[in-house]
Ligand binder design. Structure first.
Ligand code: ASP
Length: 587
Protein backbone atom coordinates (compact mmCIF):
# COMPACT_ATOMS: atom_id res chain seq x y z
CA UNK A 1 0.00 0.00 0.00
CA UNK A 2 1.47 3.34 -1.02
CA UNK A 3 -0.37 5.33 1.60
CA UNK A 4 -2.55 4.85 4.66
CA UNK A 5 -3.99 8.35 4.69
CA UNK A 6 -4.39 11.39 2.49
CA UNK A 7 -2.81 14.72 3.27
CA UNK A 8 -5.92 16.53 4.41
CA UNK A 9 -7.01 13.85 6.77
CA UNK A 10 -5.00 13.54 9.97
CA UNK A 11 -6.03 15.33 13.18
CA UNK A 12 -4.96 15.42 16.81
CA UNK A 13 -7.17 12.37 17.41
CA UNK A 14 -4.70 10.38 15.32
CA UNK A 15 -1.78 11.20 17.64
CA UNK A 16 0.57 8.28 18.05
CA UNK A 17 -0.61 6.43 14.94
CA UNK A 18 1.89 5.07 12.50
CA UNK A 19 1.01 6.36 9.04
CA UNK A 20 2.32 6.46 5.49
CA UNK A 21 1.66 9.47 3.28
CA UNK A 22 2.39 10.27 -0.34
CA UNK A 23 2.39 13.49 -2.29
CA UNK A 24 4.31 16.39 -3.74
CA UNK A 25 6.76 18.60 -1.86
CA UNK A 26 5.10 21.99 -1.57
CA UNK A 27 8.06 23.47 0.25
CA UNK A 28 10.69 22.64 2.83
CA UNK A 29 12.50 24.66 5.47
CA UNK A 30 15.57 23.92 7.54
CA UNK A 31 15.45 25.29 11.04
CA UNK A 32 18.56 24.37 12.91
CA UNK A 33 18.32 20.71 13.77
CA UNK A 34 14.90 20.29 12.22
CA UNK A 35 13.76 20.08 8.63
CA UNK A 36 10.10 20.65 7.83
CA UNK A 37 8.45 19.58 4.60
CA UNK A 38 4.92 20.49 3.52
CA UNK A 39 3.54 17.47 1.73
CA UNK A 40 0.68 18.17 -0.66
CA UNK A 41 -1.90 16.14 -2.50
CA UNK A 42 -5.32 17.14 -3.78
CA UNK A 43 -6.82 16.69 -0.30
CA UNK A 44 -4.56 19.08 1.56
CA UNK A 45 -1.19 19.59 3.18
CA UNK A 46 0.50 17.72 6.00
CA UNK A 47 3.69 18.82 7.71
CA UNK A 48 6.52 16.33 7.91
CA UNK A 49 9.46 16.76 10.34
CA UNK A 50 12.91 15.34 10.21
CA UNK A 51 15.17 15.55 13.23
CA UNK A 52 18.94 15.93 12.86
CA UNK A 53 19.58 14.71 16.41
CA UNK A 54 17.58 11.53 16.20
CA UNK A 55 18.14 10.57 12.58
CA UNK A 56 20.81 12.59 10.83
CA UNK A 57 20.89 10.43 7.72
CA UNK A 58 17.18 10.80 7.08
CA UNK A 59 17.34 14.50 7.78
CA UNK A 60 20.15 14.89 5.23
CA UNK A 61 18.02 13.07 2.70
CA UNK A 62 15.07 15.37 3.42
CA UNK A 63 17.31 18.33 2.74
CA UNK A 64 17.84 17.12 -0.83
CA UNK A 65 14.12 17.29 -1.60
CA UNK A 66 13.21 19.86 -4.22
CA UNK A 67 9.90 21.50 -4.89
CA UNK A 68 7.35 19.15 -6.47
CA UNK A 69 9.37 15.96 -5.78
CA UNK A 70 7.02 13.03 -5.36
CA UNK A 71 7.73 11.25 -2.08
CA UNK A 72 6.46 8.66 0.34
CA UNK A 73 6.94 9.22 4.06
CA UNK A 74 6.34 6.84 6.89
CA UNK A 75 6.16 8.10 10.45
CA UNK A 76 4.19 8.76 13.60
CA UNK A 77 1.51 11.43 14.08
CA UNK A 78 2.68 13.95 16.68
CA UNK A 79 1.20 17.06 18.22
CA UNK A 80 2.69 20.26 16.78
CA UNK A 81 4.28 22.84 18.97
CA UNK A 82 3.43 25.73 16.68
CA UNK A 83 -0.09 25.04 15.54
CA UNK A 84 -1.34 26.42 12.25
CA UNK A 85 -4.98 27.43 12.49
CA UNK A 86 -5.25 28.02 8.74
CA UNK A 87 -5.17 24.41 7.65
CA UNK A 88 -7.25 21.46 8.90
CA UNK A 89 -4.15 19.37 9.65
CA UNK A 90 -2.47 22.30 11.40
CA UNK A 91 -2.42 20.71 14.86
CA UNK A 92 -0.29 17.73 13.90
CA UNK A 93 2.88 16.81 12.11
CA UNK A 94 4.49 13.53 11.11
CA UNK A 95 7.72 12.47 12.78
CA UNK A 96 9.20 10.76 9.78
CA UNK A 97 10.97 7.45 10.20
CA UNK A 98 11.32 6.48 6.56
CA UNK A 99 11.47 8.52 3.40
CA UNK A 100 11.29 7.29 -0.19
CA UNK A 101 11.74 9.56 -3.16
CA UNK A 102 9.27 8.20 -5.69
CA UNK A 103 10.26 10.69 -8.35
CA UNK A 104 12.43 13.77 -8.57
CA UNK A 105 10.93 16.77 -10.32
CA UNK A 106 12.32 19.57 -12.42
CA UNK A 107 11.84 22.98 -10.92
CA UNK A 108 8.38 24.08 -12.11
CA UNK A 109 8.36 27.18 -14.35
CA UNK A 110 6.05 28.98 -11.92
CA UNK A 111 5.17 28.60 -8.28
CA UNK A 112 2.46 26.12 -7.39
CA UNK A 113 0.74 28.49 -4.97
CA UNK A 114 -2.73 30.04 -4.79
CA UNK A 115 -1.19 33.26 -6.07
CA UNK A 116 1.30 32.18 -8.68
CA UNK A 117 4.01 34.15 -10.45
CA UNK A 118 3.30 32.47 -13.80
CA UNK A 119 1.77 34.38 -16.70
CA UNK A 120 -1.33 33.12 -18.53
CA UNK A 121 0.52 31.76 -21.56
CA UNK A 122 3.07 29.87 -19.48
CA UNK A 123 0.41 28.40 -17.26
CA UNK A 124 -1.57 27.24 -20.30
CA UNK A 125 1.54 25.57 -21.64
CA UNK A 126 2.06 23.78 -18.33
CA UNK A 127 -1.62 23.31 -17.60
CA UNK A 128 -0.88 20.00 -15.81
CA UNK A 129 1.10 21.99 -13.25
CA UNK A 130 -1.40 24.82 -13.07
CA UNK A 131 -4.08 22.25 -12.25
CA UNK A 132 -2.13 21.41 -9.07
CA UNK A 133 -3.00 24.86 -7.71
CA UNK A 134 -5.96 25.25 -5.37
CA UNK A 135 -7.97 27.79 -7.40
CA UNK A 136 -8.12 25.51 -10.43
CA UNK A 137 -8.55 22.41 -8.33
CA UNK A 138 -11.52 24.00 -6.60
CA UNK A 139 -13.02 24.91 -9.96
CA UNK A 140 -12.83 21.31 -11.11
CA UNK A 141 -14.34 20.14 -7.84
CA UNK A 142 -17.17 22.61 -8.35
CA UNK A 143 -17.65 21.38 -11.89
CA UNK A 144 -17.84 17.82 -10.63
CA UNK A 145 -20.44 18.84 -8.08
CA UNK A 146 -22.56 20.59 -10.72
CA UNK A 147 -22.54 17.54 -12.97
CA UNK A 148 -23.26 15.17 -10.10
CA UNK A 149 -26.19 17.26 -8.86
CA UNK A 150 -27.51 17.62 -12.40
CA UNK A 151 -27.52 13.85 -12.76
CA UNK A 152 -29.21 13.40 -9.38
CA UNK A 153 -31.98 15.85 -10.26
CA UNK A 154 -32.53 14.47 -13.75
CA UNK A 155 -32.55 10.91 -12.44
CA UNK A 156 -35.12 11.83 -9.80
CA UNK A 157 -37.44 12.88 -12.62
CA UNK A 158 -36.83 9.71 -14.63
CA UNK A 159 -34.71 11.36 -17.29
CA UNK A 160 -32.23 8.95 -18.81
CA UNK A 161 -28.81 9.86 -20.09
CA UNK A 162 -28.26 8.62 -23.61
CA UNK A 163 -25.10 9.20 -25.59
CA UNK A 164 -25.35 10.41 -29.14
CA UNK A 165 -22.59 10.19 -31.76
CA UNK A 166 -19.84 12.72 -32.33
CA UNK A 167 -19.23 11.79 -35.95
CA UNK A 168 -22.37 13.02 -37.60
CA UNK A 169 -23.79 15.04 -40.42
CA UNK A 170 -23.85 18.76 -39.94
CA UNK A 171 -26.58 20.22 -37.67
CA UNK A 172 -27.19 23.87 -38.35
CA UNK A 173 -27.05 25.78 -35.09
CA UNK A 174 -25.77 28.93 -36.66
CA UNK A 175 -22.05 28.31 -36.37
CA UNK A 176 -19.48 26.72 -38.63
CA UNK A 177 -18.95 22.98 -38.33
CA UNK A 178 -15.72 21.24 -37.50
CA UNK A 179 -15.35 18.49 -40.03
CA UNK A 180 -13.58 15.14 -39.99
CA UNK A 181 -12.55 13.39 -43.21
CA UNK A 182 -13.63 9.80 -43.60
CA UNK A 183 -10.94 7.35 -44.74
CA UNK A 184 -13.38 4.59 -45.49
CA UNK A 185 -15.65 6.86 -47.47
CA UNK A 186 -13.32 8.68 -49.75
CA UNK A 187 -14.05 12.35 -50.31
CA UNK A 188 -16.70 12.44 -47.61
CA UNK A 189 -16.72 14.14 -44.25
CA UNK A 190 -18.35 13.84 -40.91
CA UNK A 191 -19.23 16.97 -38.98
CA UNK A 192 -18.77 17.20 -35.23
CA UNK A 193 -22.11 18.06 -33.61
CA UNK A 194 -22.80 21.69 -32.77
CA UNK A 195 -25.30 20.03 -30.43
CA UNK A 196 -27.13 16.70 -30.40
CA UNK A 197 -30.26 18.51 -31.60
CA UNK A 198 -31.50 16.15 -34.30
CA UNK A 199 -30.58 13.04 -32.33
CA UNK A 200 -32.50 14.09 -29.26
CA UNK A 201 -35.52 14.75 -31.44
CA UNK A 202 -35.14 11.30 -33.00
CA UNK A 203 -35.00 9.84 -29.49
CA UNK A 204 -38.40 11.42 -28.84
CA UNK A 205 -39.74 9.65 -31.92
CA UNK A 206 -38.19 6.48 -30.44
CA UNK A 207 -40.22 6.93 -27.28
CA UNK A 208 -37.52 8.00 -24.76
CA UNK A 209 -39.69 10.83 -23.55
CA UNK A 210 -37.22 12.21 -21.01
CA UNK A 211 -33.67 12.40 -22.31
CA UNK A 212 -30.64 14.27 -21.13
CA UNK A 213 -26.93 14.18 -21.70
CA UNK A 214 -23.96 16.08 -20.38
CA UNK A 215 -22.27 16.32 -23.71
CA UNK A 216 -19.48 17.95 -25.68
CA UNK A 217 -20.53 20.23 -28.53
CA UNK A 218 -18.28 21.72 -31.19
CA UNK A 219 -18.63 25.07 -32.91
CA UNK A 220 -16.06 26.71 -35.10
CA UNK A 221 -16.64 30.28 -33.96
CA UNK A 222 -14.43 33.19 -33.07
CA UNK A 223 -13.53 32.87 -29.43
CA UNK A 224 -14.08 35.10 -26.44
CA UNK A 225 -13.64 34.66 -22.73
CA UNK A 226 -16.92 32.79 -22.50
CA UNK A 227 -16.56 30.72 -25.66
CA UNK A 228 -14.58 27.63 -26.51
CA UNK A 229 -14.54 25.63 -29.74
CA UNK A 230 -15.52 22.58 -27.73
CA UNK A 231 -17.77 23.10 -24.79
CA UNK A 232 -20.20 21.13 -22.70
CA UNK A 233 -23.97 21.29 -22.58
CA UNK A 234 -26.58 19.81 -20.33
CA UNK A 235 -28.75 18.81 -23.25
CA UNK A 236 -32.36 17.87 -22.54
CA UNK A 237 -35.49 16.89 -24.42
CA UNK A 238 -39.00 15.87 -23.35
CA UNK A 239 -42.04 14.54 -25.18
CA UNK A 240 -45.71 15.29 -24.52
CA UNK A 241 -44.92 18.69 -23.11
CA UNK A 242 -45.78 22.30 -23.63
CA UNK A 243 -43.47 25.22 -23.06
CA UNK A 244 -44.70 25.62 -19.49
CA UNK A 245 -43.71 22.03 -18.59
CA UNK A 246 -40.20 22.67 -19.82
CA UNK A 247 -39.83 25.99 -18.03
CA UNK A 248 -40.93 24.46 -14.74
CA UNK A 249 -38.87 21.30 -15.02
CA UNK A 250 -35.68 23.21 -15.77
CA UNK A 251 -36.29 26.08 -13.43
CA UNK A 252 -36.37 23.20 -10.95
CA UNK A 253 -32.96 22.02 -12.13
CA UNK A 254 -31.41 25.45 -11.83
CA UNK A 255 -32.90 25.95 -8.36
CA UNK A 256 -31.63 22.53 -7.32
CA UNK A 257 -28.13 23.44 -8.49
CA UNK A 258 -28.17 26.79 -6.69
CA UNK A 259 -29.34 25.06 -3.54
CA UNK A 260 -26.87 22.18 -3.58
CA UNK A 261 -23.86 23.96 -5.05
CA UNK A 262 -24.20 27.47 -3.63
CA UNK A 263 -26.64 26.97 -0.76
CA UNK A 264 -28.82 29.67 -2.28
CA UNK A 265 -32.55 29.24 -2.21
CA UNK A 266 -34.92 31.07 -4.56
CA UNK A 267 -38.24 31.59 -2.87
CA UNK A 268 -40.06 32.86 -5.92
CA UNK A 269 -40.49 31.72 -9.48
CA UNK A 270 -37.91 33.15 -11.84
CA UNK A 271 -39.27 36.31 -13.49
CA UNK A 272 -40.21 36.13 -17.15
CA UNK A 273 -40.08 38.70 -19.90
CA UNK A 274 -40.82 38.52 -23.60
CA UNK A 275 -38.04 39.07 -26.06
CA UNK A 276 -39.78 42.20 -27.33
CA UNK A 277 -39.97 43.64 -23.84
CA UNK A 278 -36.36 42.74 -23.06
CA UNK A 279 -35.20 44.53 -26.19
CA UNK A 280 -37.32 47.58 -25.44
CA UNK A 281 -36.36 47.88 -21.79
CA UNK A 282 -32.74 46.70 -21.91
CA UNK A 283 -31.70 46.39 -25.55
CA UNK A 284 -30.62 42.84 -24.88
CA UNK A 285 -32.13 39.37 -25.07
CA UNK A 286 -30.27 38.50 -21.87
CA UNK A 287 -30.68 41.51 -19.64
CA UNK A 288 -28.79 41.80 -16.40
CA UNK A 289 -31.63 42.61 -14.03
CA UNK A 290 -29.48 43.00 -10.93
CA UNK A 291 -29.81 46.72 -11.50
CA UNK A 292 -32.31 49.15 -13.03
CA UNK A 293 -31.18 51.88 -15.40
CA UNK A 294 -33.90 50.84 -17.82
CA UNK A 295 -34.36 52.40 -21.23
CA UNK A 296 -36.72 55.31 -21.75
CA UNK A 297 -37.86 55.96 -25.30
CA UNK A 298 -37.84 59.71 -25.79
CA UNK A 299 -38.91 60.29 -29.41
CA UNK A 300 -42.18 62.07 -28.64
CA UNK A 301 -40.54 64.42 -26.22
CA UNK A 302 -37.41 65.37 -28.10
CA UNK A 303 -38.20 65.36 -31.80
CA UNK A 304 -39.34 68.40 -33.76
CA UNK A 305 -37.31 70.97 -31.83
CA UNK A 306 -34.77 71.58 -34.52
CA UNK A 307 -32.08 69.24 -33.24
CA UNK A 308 -31.18 67.42 -36.43
CA UNK A 309 -29.50 64.42 -34.74
CA UNK A 310 -32.69 63.51 -32.90
CA UNK A 311 -35.05 64.51 -35.71
CA UNK A 312 -33.39 62.11 -38.11
CA UNK A 313 -33.17 59.25 -35.61
CA UNK A 314 -35.45 56.26 -35.61
CA UNK A 315 -35.15 55.84 -31.87
CA UNK A 316 -33.90 58.01 -29.02
CA UNK A 317 -33.19 56.30 -25.70
CA UNK A 318 -32.29 57.80 -22.35
CA UNK A 319 -31.06 56.09 -19.21
CA UNK A 320 -30.56 57.55 -15.78
CA UNK A 321 -27.35 57.10 -13.85
CA UNK A 322 -28.14 57.76 -10.20
CA UNK A 323 -26.04 60.35 -8.37
CA UNK A 324 -23.79 61.03 -11.35
CA UNK A 325 -24.63 64.70 -12.00
CA UNK A 326 -21.22 65.47 -10.55
CA UNK A 327 -19.46 63.87 -13.52
CA UNK A 328 -16.72 66.17 -14.71
CA UNK A 329 -16.18 67.36 -18.25
CA UNK A 330 -13.32 64.88 -18.42
CA UNK A 331 -15.45 61.97 -17.26
CA UNK A 332 -18.14 62.81 -19.78
CA UNK A 333 -15.60 63.10 -22.56
CA UNK A 334 -14.23 59.74 -21.61
CA UNK A 335 -17.71 58.23 -21.67
CA UNK A 336 -18.36 59.79 -25.07
CA UNK A 337 -15.12 58.35 -26.43
CA UNK A 338 -16.13 55.01 -24.95
CA UNK A 339 -19.42 54.86 -26.88
CA UNK A 340 -17.66 56.07 -30.01
CA UNK A 341 -15.19 53.19 -30.05
CA UNK A 342 -15.68 51.03 -33.14
CA UNK A 343 -16.86 48.11 -30.97
CA UNK A 344 -19.83 50.22 -29.82
CA UNK A 345 -20.11 52.55 -32.78
CA UNK A 346 -22.28 55.39 -31.43
CA UNK A 347 -21.88 58.76 -33.13
CA UNK A 348 -22.08 60.75 -29.95
CA UNK A 349 -23.49 60.90 -26.46
CA UNK A 350 -25.92 63.50 -25.15
CA UNK A 351 -26.11 64.15 -21.43
CA UNK A 352 -28.29 66.07 -19.03
CA UNK A 353 -27.09 66.82 -15.53
CA UNK A 354 -29.91 67.22 -13.04
CA UNK A 355 -28.26 69.70 -10.71
CA UNK A 356 -28.92 69.79 -6.97
CA UNK A 357 -30.37 73.31 -7.31
CA UNK A 358 -33.13 72.07 -9.63
CA UNK A 359 -31.58 73.41 -12.84
CA UNK A 360 -30.43 71.31 -15.75
CA UNK A 361 -27.18 71.42 -17.66
CA UNK A 362 -27.10 69.54 -20.92
CA UNK A 363 -24.95 69.15 -23.99
CA UNK A 364 -27.95 70.31 -26.08
CA UNK A 365 -28.89 73.48 -24.18
CA UNK A 366 -29.07 75.25 -27.52
CA UNK A 367 -32.11 73.26 -28.55
CA UNK A 368 -33.91 72.50 -25.30
CA UNK A 369 -34.86 74.89 -22.52
CA UNK A 370 -35.09 74.14 -18.83
CA UNK A 371 -38.77 73.29 -19.01
CA UNK A 372 -38.17 70.76 -21.75
CA UNK A 373 -35.24 69.21 -19.93
CA UNK A 374 -37.42 68.90 -16.84
CA UNK A 375 -39.78 66.76 -18.93
CA UNK A 376 -36.88 64.56 -19.99
CA UNK A 377 -35.99 64.10 -16.35
CA UNK A 378 -39.56 63.21 -15.53
CA UNK A 379 -39.70 60.62 -18.30
CA UNK A 380 -36.36 59.12 -17.28
CA UNK A 381 -37.25 59.23 -13.58
CA UNK A 382 -34.18 61.28 -12.93
CA UNK A 383 -33.95 63.23 -9.69
CA UNK A 384 -31.71 65.99 -8.46
CA UNK A 385 -28.14 64.73 -8.58
CA UNK A 386 -28.74 62.26 -11.40
CA UNK A 387 -27.28 62.15 -14.87
CA UNK A 388 -29.29 61.30 -17.99
CA UNK A 389 -27.42 59.72 -20.89
CA UNK A 390 -29.01 59.72 -24.31
CA UNK A 391 -28.19 57.84 -27.51
CA UNK A 392 -30.05 57.96 -30.81
CA UNK A 393 -30.04 56.22 -34.16
CA UNK A 394 -31.50 53.20 -35.90
CA UNK A 395 -33.65 51.13 -33.56
CA UNK A 396 -31.61 47.92 -33.42
CA UNK A 397 -28.28 49.67 -33.39
CA UNK A 398 -29.12 52.21 -30.73
CA UNK A 399 -30.59 49.52 -28.50
CA UNK A 400 -27.44 47.46 -28.78
CA UNK A 401 -25.27 50.51 -28.10
CA UNK A 402 -27.34 51.56 -25.13
CA UNK A 403 -27.20 48.02 -23.76
CA UNK A 404 -23.42 48.27 -23.80
CA UNK A 405 -23.46 51.68 -22.16
CA UNK A 406 -25.91 50.51 -19.50
CA UNK A 407 -23.71 47.51 -18.62
CA UNK A 408 -20.64 49.73 -18.62
CA UNK A 409 -22.28 52.18 -16.23
CA UNK A 410 -23.46 49.24 -14.13
CA UNK A 411 -19.84 48.13 -13.81
CA UNK A 412 -18.54 51.65 -13.17
CA UNK A 413 -21.09 52.23 -10.44
CA UNK A 414 -20.60 48.81 -8.84
CA UNK A 415 -24.18 47.77 -9.50
CA UNK A 416 -23.35 44.29 -10.76
CA UNK A 417 -22.82 42.51 -7.50
CA UNK A 418 -21.10 39.16 -8.16
CA UNK A 419 -22.71 37.63 -5.08
CA UNK A 420 -26.21 38.32 -6.25
CA UNK A 421 -27.92 36.00 -8.75
CA UNK A 422 -30.84 37.16 -10.86
CA UNK A 423 -32.17 34.56 -13.27
CA UNK A 424 -34.64 35.62 -15.95
CA UNK A 425 -36.61 33.66 -18.52
CA UNK A 426 -36.80 35.43 -21.85
CA UNK A 427 -39.71 34.11 -23.92
CA UNK A 428 -41.28 34.43 -27.35
CA UNK A 429 -38.16 34.92 -29.42
CA UNK A 430 -38.74 35.73 -33.06
CA UNK A 431 -38.71 32.65 -35.26
CA UNK A 432 -36.54 34.24 -37.92
CA UNK A 433 -33.83 36.81 -38.18
CA UNK A 434 -33.16 38.80 -41.34
CA UNK A 435 -29.59 38.75 -42.51
CA UNK A 436 -28.69 41.86 -44.47
CA UNK A 437 -25.53 40.34 -45.87
CA UNK A 438 -27.06 37.25 -47.42
CA UNK A 439 -30.46 38.92 -47.87
CA UNK A 440 -32.37 36.04 -46.36
CA UNK A 441 -33.88 34.75 -43.17
CA UNK A 442 -31.97 32.67 -40.69
CA UNK A 443 -33.51 30.65 -37.90
CA UNK A 444 -33.05 32.70 -34.76
CA UNK A 445 -32.80 29.55 -32.64
CA UNK A 446 -32.53 26.64 -35.07
CA UNK A 447 -34.67 25.34 -37.93
CA UNK A 448 -36.56 22.85 -35.74
CA UNK A 449 -38.14 25.50 -33.53
CA UNK A 450 -41.89 25.69 -33.69
CA UNK A 451 -43.65 28.92 -34.59
CA UNK A 452 -46.32 30.07 -32.15
CA UNK A 453 -49.59 28.60 -33.44
CA UNK A 454 -51.28 32.00 -33.13
CA UNK A 455 -48.65 33.55 -35.41
CA UNK A 456 -48.86 30.79 -37.97
CA UNK A 457 -50.89 32.86 -40.46
CA UNK A 458 -48.14 35.50 -40.60
CA UNK A 459 -45.74 32.95 -41.97
CA UNK A 460 -46.61 33.71 -45.57
CA UNK A 461 -47.37 37.40 -45.24
CA UNK A 462 -44.84 38.72 -42.74
CA UNK A 463 -42.44 35.97 -41.66
CA UNK A 464 -40.21 38.35 -39.75
CA UNK A 465 -43.05 38.99 -37.30
CA UNK A 466 -43.65 35.35 -36.43
CA UNK A 467 -42.77 34.53 -32.85
CA UNK A 468 -41.43 31.14 -31.82
CA UNK A 469 -42.06 28.92 -28.85
CA UNK A 470 -38.48 29.55 -27.90
CA UNK A 471 -37.02 30.57 -24.56
CA UNK A 472 -33.70 31.41 -22.96
CA UNK A 473 -32.60 31.50 -19.37
CA UNK A 474 -30.28 34.37 -18.53
CA UNK A 475 -28.50 34.83 -15.22
CA UNK A 476 -26.88 38.18 -14.47
CA UNK A 477 -26.76 39.10 -18.13
CA UNK A 478 -25.32 35.79 -19.27
CA UNK A 479 -27.28 33.39 -21.42
CA UNK A 480 -27.02 30.08 -19.61
CA UNK A 481 -29.59 28.06 -21.48
CA UNK A 482 -32.01 28.06 -24.34
CA UNK A 483 -34.45 25.83 -26.10
CA UNK A 484 -37.77 25.54 -27.80
CA UNK A 485 -40.85 23.53 -28.53
CA UNK A 486 -40.13 21.73 -31.77
CA UNK A 487 -41.91 21.31 -35.00
CA UNK A 488 -43.14 17.73 -35.10
CA UNK A 489 -45.04 17.91 -38.30
CA UNK A 490 -43.44 17.23 -41.63
CA UNK A 491 -45.34 19.89 -43.55
CA UNK A 492 -44.55 22.69 -41.08
CA UNK A 493 -40.94 21.56 -41.03
CA UNK A 494 -40.64 21.70 -44.80
CA UNK A 495 -42.34 25.13 -44.86
CA UNK A 496 -39.66 26.23 -42.40
CA UNK A 497 -36.89 24.91 -44.63
CA UNK A 498 -38.50 26.83 -47.51
CA UNK A 499 -38.39 30.04 -45.53
CA UNK A 500 -34.75 29.46 -44.70
CA UNK A 501 -34.00 29.24 -48.38
CA UNK A 502 -33.40 25.50 -48.70
CA UNK A 503 -34.60 23.94 -51.93
CA UNK A 504 -36.67 20.77 -51.52
CA UNK A 505 -33.66 18.74 -52.63
CA UNK A 506 -31.27 20.44 -50.21
CA UNK A 507 -33.68 20.00 -47.33
CA UNK A 508 -34.17 16.37 -48.27
CA UNK A 509 -30.42 15.75 -48.54
CA UNK A 510 -29.66 17.41 -45.22
CA UNK A 511 -32.66 16.58 -43.06
CA UNK A 512 -34.50 13.86 -44.93
CA UNK A 513 -33.80 11.48 -42.05
CA UNK A 514 -35.61 13.73 -39.57
CA UNK A 515 -38.57 14.52 -41.77
CA UNK A 516 -38.86 10.88 -42.60
CA UNK A 517 -38.83 9.96 -38.92
CA UNK A 518 -41.61 12.44 -38.26
CA UNK A 519 -43.82 10.33 -40.50
CA UNK A 520 -43.57 7.37 -38.14
CA UNK A 521 -45.34 8.80 -35.14
CA UNK A 522 -43.62 11.88 -33.73
CA UNK A 523 -44.87 13.01 -30.32
CA UNK A 524 -45.11 16.72 -29.53
CA UNK A 525 -41.78 17.54 -27.95
CA UNK A 526 -39.44 20.26 -26.85
CA UNK A 527 -36.26 20.80 -24.94
CA UNK A 528 -33.51 22.99 -23.72
CA UNK A 529 -29.75 22.98 -23.39
CA UNK A 530 -27.67 24.67 -20.71
CA UNK A 531 -24.12 25.83 -21.21
CA UNK A 532 -22.50 23.68 -18.57
CA UNK A 533 -19.16 25.50 -18.51
CA UNK A 534 -20.96 28.83 -18.20
CA UNK A 535 -23.13 27.59 -15.36
CA UNK A 536 -19.99 26.48 -13.56
CA UNK A 537 -18.31 29.83 -14.10
CA UNK A 538 -21.36 31.67 -12.79
CA UNK A 539 -21.45 29.48 -9.69
CA UNK A 540 -17.73 30.05 -9.28
CA UNK A 541 -18.07 33.81 -9.70
CA UNK A 542 -15.88 34.14 -12.79
CA UNK A 543 -16.34 35.53 -16.30
CA UNK A 544 -14.09 33.01 -17.91
CA UNK A 545 -15.33 29.52 -18.70
CA UNK A 546 -11.73 28.52 -19.36
CA UNK A 547 -11.04 28.40 -15.64
CA UNK A 548 -13.63 25.65 -15.32
CA UNK A 549 -12.32 23.43 -18.11
CA UNK A 550 -9.39 21.17 -17.34
CA UNK A 551 -7.70 21.56 -20.71
CA UNK A 552 -9.10 24.57 -22.56
CA UNK A 553 -8.04 26.21 -25.80
CA UNK A 554 -6.64 29.72 -25.96
CA UNK A 555 -8.15 32.65 -27.86
CA UNK A 556 -6.87 31.41 -31.19
CA UNK A 557 -8.41 28.01 -30.60
CA UNK A 558 -5.05 26.45 -29.80
CA UNK A 559 -4.11 24.01 -27.14
CA UNK A 560 -0.63 25.35 -26.45
CA UNK A 561 0.20 22.45 -24.14
CA UNK A 562 -0.15 19.68 -26.70
CA UNK A 563 0.37 22.10 -29.59
CA UNK A 564 -2.85 21.50 -31.47
CA UNK A 565 -3.97 21.99 -34.13
CA UNK A 566 -0.88 20.84 -36.00
CA UNK A 567 0.01 19.68 -39.48
CA UNK A 568 -0.46 15.99 -40.23
CA UNK A 569 1.91 13.68 -42.05
CA UNK A 570 1.81 13.41 -45.82
CA UNK A 571 1.07 9.72 -45.24
CA UNK A 572 -2.08 10.55 -43.31
CA UNK A 573 -3.22 12.96 -45.99
CA UNK A 574 -2.68 10.32 -48.63
CA UNK A 575 -4.63 7.77 -46.70
CA UNK A 576 -7.51 10.23 -46.54
CA UNK A 577 -7.05 11.06 -50.18
CA UNK A 578 -6.65 14.73 -49.32
CA UNK A 579 -4.37 17.33 -50.80
CA UNK A 580 -3.88 20.74 -49.18
CA UNK A 581 -4.42 23.82 -51.32
CA UNK A 582 -1.62 26.36 -51.09
CA UNK A 583 -0.12 24.78 -48.04
CA UNK A 584 1.56 27.36 -45.96
CA UNK A 585 2.04 25.66 -42.67
CA UNK A 586 3.09 27.82 -39.77
CA UNK A 587 5.97 26.91 -37.53
N1 ASP B 1 -29.70 22.61 -29.46
C1 ASP B 1 -30.02 23.86 -28.86
C2 ASP B 1 -28.73 24.64 -28.58
O1 ASP B 1 -27.67 24.06 -28.55
C3 ASP B 1 -30.77 23.76 -27.59
C4 ASP B 1 -32.15 23.25 -27.75
O2 ASP B 1 -32.89 23.77 -28.58
O3 ASP B 1 -32.51 22.33 -27.00
O4 ASP B 1 -28.78 25.81 -28.34
Amino acid sequence: MYRTHKNGELRLANKGEKVTLCGWVQKSRDLGGLTFVDLRDRYGITQLVFNMDTNAELCEKARTLGREFVIQAEGVVAERENKNKNIPTGEIEIDVTQLTILKEAKLPPFTIEDETDGGEELRMQYRFLDLRRNPLKNNLLLRNKVSLETRKYMDSLEFIEIETPYLIKSTPEGARDFVVPSRMNEGEFYALPQSPQTFKQLLMVSGYDRYYQIVKCFRDEDLRADRQPEFTQIDCEMAFVEQEDILQTFEGLVKHLFKTVKDIEFEHDFPRMTYAEAMKRYGSDKPDIRFGMEFNEMNKLVQGKGFQVFDSAELIIGITAKDCAGYSRKQLDKLTKWVQRPQIGAKGLIYVKCNEDGTYKSSVDKFYNQEELAKWAELCQAEKGDLILVLSGETDKVRTQMNELRLHMGNELGLRNPNEFKPLWVLDFPLLEWDEETKRYHAMHHPFTSPKPEDMDLIDTDPGKVRANAYDLAINGVEVGGGSIRIHDKSVQSRMFDLLGFTKEEAEAQFGFLMNAFEYGAPPHGGIAFGFDRLCSIFGGSDSIRDYIAFPKNNSGRDVMIDAPSPIAEEQLKELNLRLREVEVKG
